[in-house]
Design a protein around this ligand. Structure first.
Ligand SMILES: Cc1ncc(COP(=O)(O)O)c(C=O)c1O
Length: 470
């Protein structure tokens, strides 16, 4: 592609992006395709000769677009959002054009220093105390893996990376059963093993870990000759928003000298609003906190910030040549590849910088407050319908509900049919979960362009289809 073509096709892509965003409401949120449809539509062998861009672009529109789930659709109420504010997309165009590999300060000084600055902006925006520094990871899963590896190394006096786990004391990590599966995977990959992830029972409305049970488990494990290494707490669990009492958990961690990692991948964005910070009171006692600006805040995927109270043990665990006494910003040079599992790194800070400047914190707060209010409003409307039941009350903008059909005694099967029928209709997109072993339908509103009218439409679609399928 020569320079003129590059210019022309980049413009075409930008125009396409703007048109796409403007027409999202006209599209079904989830595509109406069957498994294999797209695969079969793509030539089985790669082309030997160059093809014209017109044809490639036309194929993108004809073959690929109809098979996409539209995550930026204002009526995407499934999973958690993966918001990409248009301004962060613009920043990503620039990042793509420069295509820098930002593993070391010297491989991209501006990327490194902007990362340090924007992470600190976010620290201030979330109300975390001075002294926390951090790094932008690709995902919360990577941040949690890094935290679990750090727990392991601290507990083994830095011998795990060198000697492996054979012959070492049995490591133990503690969490509730409300945490995301990325915690399970971090435990697998770190070699600690699923059997050593101790699930602490939960109580109360927000499904917080029982800290007396947590403490008892740690003491019992020590007495049995095992090696407690760390605790993973969550704020805004994926299923129904389960949230630990961070202050109480941090106190247990402090008393027992354990590393505490807090997963606030989704809910962390809401902490830009001071009135929601009670959900993570005591977070300053954590060693590591992850939150994903790529979920609710609007920074195009991928962008996950891991805050660290003291990066030394983190870098000592991950840096291939541990230079931890000289770096960490204290001598002015940070090589962020020493703070992450992958060596190579994208320039992720630019989109965050564009986003925060173009919107300002106050408008992002308004967006989040609106989402919470609309979600609470929808939960209240459904609760007042005789055939609906709220299964988990709103935690920020997430709640779950169930439809009780008089004509169908198998409520689980009925609700699964309902969620599928809703999604096949294409007007809104929802997902299901299990609460106490029974199916519930999750609802969260968090999409950047969502309006109160979109949430109203969700009420109409849910009640219409539920009664039609009952
Ligand atoms: C609470 C929580 N933690 C972690 C994750 C994993 O996030 P990522 O995709 O950034 O690894 C998710 C994903 O939805 C989540 O909801």
């Amino acid at each position: 592609m020569n320079s003129d073509d590059f210019r022309q096709w980049s413009r075409r892509a930008a125009d396409w992006g703007a048109d796409y965003r403007n027409t999202l409401r006209e599209r079904p949120v989830r595509p109406l395709v069957e498994p294999g449809d797209i695969f079969r539509s793509i030539e089985a062998s790669p082309p030997e000769d160059a093809e014209p861009m017109d044809r490639i672009f036309a194929d993108f529109e004809e073959k690929i677009l109809p098979g996409m789930t539209h995550w930026q659709h204002p009526r995407f109420f499934a999973y958690f959002p993966a918001n990409a504010a248009p301004v962060s997309v613009v920043a990503e165009y620039l990042v793509s054009a420069m295509a820098a590999q930002c593993m070391l300060w010297q491989t991209s000084p501006a990327a490194t220093e902007l990362e340090t600055r924007t992470v600190d902006w976010m620290r201030q925006a979330l109300g975390l105390p001075e002294g926390f520094s951090g790094v932008i990871q690709d995902s919360a899963s990577s941040a949690t893996l890094a935290a679990v590896l750090t727990m392991r190394e601290r507990a083994l006096d830095w011998q795990g990376n060198k000697q492996g786990l054979a012959g070492q004391a049995r490591l133990r990590i503690y969490s509730s059963d409300q945490v995301h599966t990325s915690i399970d995977r971090a435990i697998w990959i770190s070699g600690i093993g699923e059997d050593n992830l101790v699930r602490i029972p939960v109580g109360d409305r927000f499904l917080a870990m029982d800290t007396a049970a947590l403490e008892a488990a740690i003491v019992a494990d020590r007495e049995a000759g095992m090696l407690p290494a760390g605790i993973i707490a969550c704020v805004g669990g994926t299923s129904t928003g389960g949230t630990d009492d961070i202050a109480a958990v941090a106190e247990v961690a402090r008393r027992h000298g354990l590393y505490l990692h807090v997963d606030a991948a989704w809910a962390g964005s809401a902490m830009i609003c001071p009135e929601y910070r009670h959900f993570w009171t005591g977070v300053e006692g954590a060693d590591s906190v992850v939150f994903n600006p790529h979920k609710w805040l609007g920074a195009q995927f991928d962008c996950s910030i891991q805050f660290l109270r003291d990066p030394e043990s983190h870098v000592r665990t991950l840096a291939i040549k541990p230079d931890y006494l000289k770096t960490h910003g204290r001598d002015g040079i940070i090589n962020y590849s020493e703070w992450s599992v992958p060596l190579g790194r994208r320039f992720r800070a630019l989109k965050l910088w564009f986003l925060l400047r173009a919107h300002g914190l106050e408008s992002l707060r308004t967006m989040i407050r609106n989402h919470v209010a609309w979600s609470e409003g929808l939960a209240a409307r459904l609760a007042s319908e005789p055939d609906f039941e709220i299964v988990s009350e709103p935690m920020l903008s997430l709640f779950s509900f169930r439809h009780n059909a008089v004509t169908d005694a198998d409520t689980d099967a009925h609700n699964l049919r309902l969620v599928n029928a809703i999604n096949d209709g294409g007007r809104i997109y929802l997902t299901q979960t299990k609460v106490d072993g029974r199916i519930a339908i999750r609802f969260q509103v968090g999409q950047f362009e969502a309006t109160a009218a979109d949430v109203d439409m969700a009420f109409t679609v849910i009640t219409e289809i539920a009664r039609g399928t009952a």
